[in-house]
Design a protein around this ligand. Structure first.
Ligand code: IDP
Length: 164
């Protein structure tokens, strides 16, 4: 109840988080546990096997970079767990939890971060998180359809059943 009242003053933000194929097998429970410990709400969650086309679209910003092909292959190697995380400042907080892209750097500068603990190397780095609100909305839409409006609604108070 208290959290519900507070959410009126501190509206939640959504970000898109992914547990990548390298980490899903071995570290799923630890990562989900950490997400709960940090008081994120998992608004939506699904395990999905990306096709090559989906992985290329998901990482289209990196098309043309030397690691693009490797990255796409890696993301299709096994299932990913895709989540919408909600919390005040979700984008920034999830990025902080992930740590820097390269786990060697993560171990130096953010030893408790997910990448410091679970990433194998700069490619197989265990988790993804949107870098800003625009990307978050775009990728949420990509995986879950356009539900950003709906997600906002319950936070505005005790509304009766949605009309459809
Ligand atoms: P981010 O995931 O920390 O935002 P980006 O620069 O957006 O990092 O890169 C997207 C993903 O591409 C990384 O998470 C990682 O899996 C992969 N990647 C980034 N840089 C390299 C590289 O130099 N070699 C191989 N893979 C890379």
């Amino acid at each position: 109840e208290a959290a519900r009242e507070l959410s009126f003053f501190f509206p939640k933000e959504q970000t898109l988080a992914v547990i990548k194929p390298d980490a899903l097998n071995e570290h799923k429970d630890e990562i989900l546990g950490k997400i709960q410990e940090e008081c994120f709400t998992i608004s939506q969650m699904k395990e999905t096997m990306l096709s090559k086309e989906m992985a290329e679209e998901f990482y289209k910003e990196h098309r043309g970079k030397p690691f693009f092909e490797q990255l796409v292959d890696f993301m299709c190697r096994g299932p990913c767990l895709v989540m919408i995380l909600s919390k005040e400042n979700a984008v920034e907080e999830w990025r902080a939890m992930m740590g820097p892209t390269d786990p060697r750097e993560a171990q130096q500068t953010a030893p408790n971060s997910l990448r410091a603990r679970f990433a194998k190397d700069i490619l197989q780095n265990s988790v993804h998180g949107s870098s800003n609100q625009k990307h978050a909305n775009e990728k949420i839409n990509f995986f879950f359809g356009d539900i950003t409006e709906e997600l906002d609604r319950p936070l505005q108070g005790k509304e009766p059943e949605l009309e459809r």
